[in-house]
Ligand binder design. Structure first.
Ligand code: ZN
Length: 231
C-alpha cells in the first residue's frame, strides 16, 4: 500500500475520487477552535495547521480553516452550479450566455477549480478565515495575512497563488486565503505533473474545455515559484 496516496491508486487520489472522512487512518478532523464546521486535512498537514493556529493565537491572530479537503464530487457540484447558472459567477448567469466552453471555464477559473484539478482534493491545502478578497483589506484581514506571510513558512505552509503581477505565474487570481502544506503538496504536485493529463479531466459539464485551456499546465502548475523547491 502506498501511504502517500492513502492506499488508493495515485491518479484516483490526485483527482479527488474519494471522501476524506472515509480514510480516517490518513485524515484528521480539525478541532472546532481552528475550523469552521467539519474540516479534514491529511494528518501531517492538520497537525501543522493546529500548531500554526495556536502560535498565531498567542500573537492575538485567529486562524480558522474555512475550506479544506474537497472531493471531485463536491467540486463537481460547485462547478456545475456555476456552469448552469444556478450560482452566479461575478454577477453573471453562465447558463444564459452563448459563450464557448473555454470562455465559460476561464471565467469560473479565475477563482475556482475544475473538478479533478483542485489542490483541495489532496488534503494538503486550505482556505484560511475567508475566501473574500475584501476581507484581506480590512484591518483584521491585513493583520492575519501579515502574520501568515511572516510565519507560515516555519510551519510548512506557502501561499501558492500569490499576486500574478511581476510573478510570471499563470492560472488563478491572487488568493491570500489559500495556503498549502508543502511537505506533502510538493510530492503531490510532482506526481500530478507526471501522471495526469488534460484528457483525464472529465466527468462533468464543460470538461471538454480542459484541453483547450490547458488546465493542467496553466492552472495546476501555475504556482508561486517560492512554493516549489529548487531542483
Ligand atoms: Zn482554496
Amino acid at each position: 500500500m502506498d501511504s502517500l496516496f492513502a492506499g488508493l491508486a495515485a491518479k484516483e487520489y490526485l483527482t479527488g475520487k474519494f471522501e476524506a472522512k472515509s480514510l480516517p487512518a490518513f485524515f484528521t478532523l480539525l478541532p472546532a477552535h481552528c475550523a469552521e464546521g467539519e474540516q479534514h486535512l491529511r494528518t501531517e498537514a492538520a497537525l501543522a495547521f493546529i500548531k500554526m493556529a495556536d502560535s498565531a493565537h498567542t500573537a492575538g491572530v485567529y486562524l480558522k480553516a474555512v475550506s479544506t479537503t474537497r472531493s471531485f464530487f463536491r467540486q463537481k457540484t460547485i462547478w456545475e452550479a456555476k456552469w448552469t447558472g444556478l450560482r452566479r459567477v461575478e454577477g453573471r448567469n453562465l447558463g444564459k450566455t452563448r459563450w464557448k466552453a473555454s470562455k465559460k471555464a476561464e471565467l469560473i477559473m479565475r477563482y475556482s477549480s475544475m473538478p479533478g484539478t483542485s489542490r483541495h482534493h489532496w488534503g494538503t491545502d486550505l482556505d484560511i478565515n475567508s475566501v473574500d478578497a475584501a476581507y484581506f483589506n480590512t484591518l483584521e484581514g491585513r493583520r492575519v495575512y501579515g502574520w501568515l506571510i511572516a510565519h507560515a513558512k516555519l510551519f510548512g505552509f506557502c501561499q501558492v497563488y500569490q499576486t500574478k503581477e511581476n510573478s510570471g505565474r499563470s492560472g488563478y487570481e491572487e488568493e491570500k486565503w489559500h495556503w498549502s502544506y508543502l511537505p506533502l503538496s510538493v510530492p503531490f504536485t510532482e506526481k500530478y505533473k507526471a501522471l495526469v493529463s488534460n484528457q483525464d479531466i472529465s466527468g462533468f459539464l464543460g470538461c471538454e474545455a480542459a484541453l483547450e485551456i490547458q488546465a493542467v499546465e496553466v492552472y495546476v502548475l501555475g504556482l508561486n515559484s517560492l512554493c516549489i523547491p529548487k531542483p
